[in-house]
Design a protein around this ligand. Structure first.
Ligand SMILES: *[C@@H]1O[C@H](CO)[C@@H](O)[C@H](O)[C@H]1NC(C)=O
Ligand SMILES: *[C@@H]1O[C@H](CO)[C@@H](O)[C@H](O)[C@H]1NC(C)=O
Ligand SMILES: *[C@@H]1O[C@H](CO)[C@@H](O)[C@H](O)[C@H]1NC(C)=O
Ligand SMILES: *[C@@H]1O[C@H](CO)[C@@H](O)[C@H](O)[C@H]1NC(C)=O
Ligand SMILES: *[C@@H]1O[C@H](CO)[C@@H](O)[C@H](O)[C@H]1NC(C)=O
Ligand SMILES: *[C@@H]1O[C@H](CO)[C@@H](O)[C@H](O)[C@H]1NC(C)=O
Ligand SMILES: *[C@@H]1O[C@H](CO)[C@@H](O)[C@H](O)[C@H]1NC(C)=O
Length: 210
């Protein structure tokens, strides 16, 4: 005997409540891992609603009503986004595995007799770049960070005369590279340092003496 939900029920619940507590945070997460997003910890909710806003997708809503113990979903097609536990016990959301398309805004709304409690997450999916350092024929060195998200930053020790380039891919990743030469012929070893939210990588190479 599942009751059908009327939009008016939802609206009533939302309008009746007087105050609202909202918390938003930025949430970085690495691709191919999993993440649990939790709602506001207030325990006595009547209605828990997750709104998932992803680029180029319709708004997906997952809801759980505790008075009749019923869950409902609208516009949700991604099987990797689920309730983390039984929603009558814990209202957290699970994304497993995290894909690059999961970049977006995730908001949990708990409607309780004491008010509405929001918690929002700006999920930023991170992809570690493939990092390489090599010499090219004319004595230049090239440091390359392939398909990182966001774009990596490249710096050199010692500093050289460098030309930075980048290429943006359709999936939101960016390849950056820096091609350098050193006027000082005493420079025999150079290091490039690639900084990225997933970590710093340092690579060193011998420059062939001309
Ligand atoms: C379902 O998707 C449509 C189209 O984007 C949107 O207008 C609507 O609000 C969505 N419904 C819910 C309950 O998320
Ligand atoms: C809610 O329903 C599920 C199955 O649909 C059941 O296992 C669970 O015990 C119910 N929880 C409550 C609090 O009634
Ligand atoms: C639900 O699960 C999350 C993640 O494990 C945890 O942080 C949170 O405290 C739990 N909430 C409740 C009400 O048990
Ligand atoms: C080395 O060759 C690259 C292209 O292969 C060029 O962009 C760069 O300017 C050259 N550097 C020097 C020092 O001649
Ligand atoms: C993104 O696209 C680039 C270029 O096609 C590809 O090399 C890379 O593996 C892709 N990354 C992800 C995480 O899909
Ligand atoms: C290069 O090395 C030579 C001898 O090792 C030294 O005399 C000279 O000052 C060095 N040049 C620079 C620019 O450091
Ligand atoms: C990489 O090099 C930078 C700059 O020299 C240094 O600050 C950092 O500690 C190094 N990191 C690692 C992991 O070696």
């Amino acid at each position: 005997m599942l009751c059908t939900w009327k939009t008016s029920d939802l609206q009533l619940l939302l309008i009746l409540t007087v105050f609202l507590v909202a918390v938003n945070s930025s949430q970085p997460v690495r691709v191919d891992t999993k993440i649990v997003l939790s709602c506001h910890p207030i325990p006595t909710s009547v209605l828990v609603t997750w709104e998932i806003i992803l680029r180029d997708k319709p708004l997906c809503t997952k809801a759980y009503r505790s008075d009749n113990n019923v869950t409902k979903e609208v516009n949700c097609t991604d099987k990797r986004i689920t309730w983390a536990f039984r929603p009558d016990q814990n209202s957290s959301l699970l994304i497993d595995p995290v894909a690059i398309t999961h970049d977006g805004y995730y908001r949990c709304l708990k409607a309780t007799p004491d008010g509405n409690f929001h918690r929002g997450y700006n999920l930023q999916v991170l992809v570690a770049p493939e990092v390489t350092l090599f010499r090219s024929n004319n004595g230049t060195a090239v440091c390359k960070a392939v398909a990182g998200k966001p774009a990596a930053r490249i710096s050199w020790i010692p500093e050289g005369y460098c030309v930075p380039k980048q290429e943006i891919w359709g999936n939101g990743t960016v390849t950056v590279w820096s091609t350098c030469h050193w006027a000082d012929s005493n420079v025999s070893t150079v290091s490039c340092s690639v900084s990225h939210p997933t970590g710093i990588r340092n690579l060193t190479i011998e420059l062939s003496q001309g």
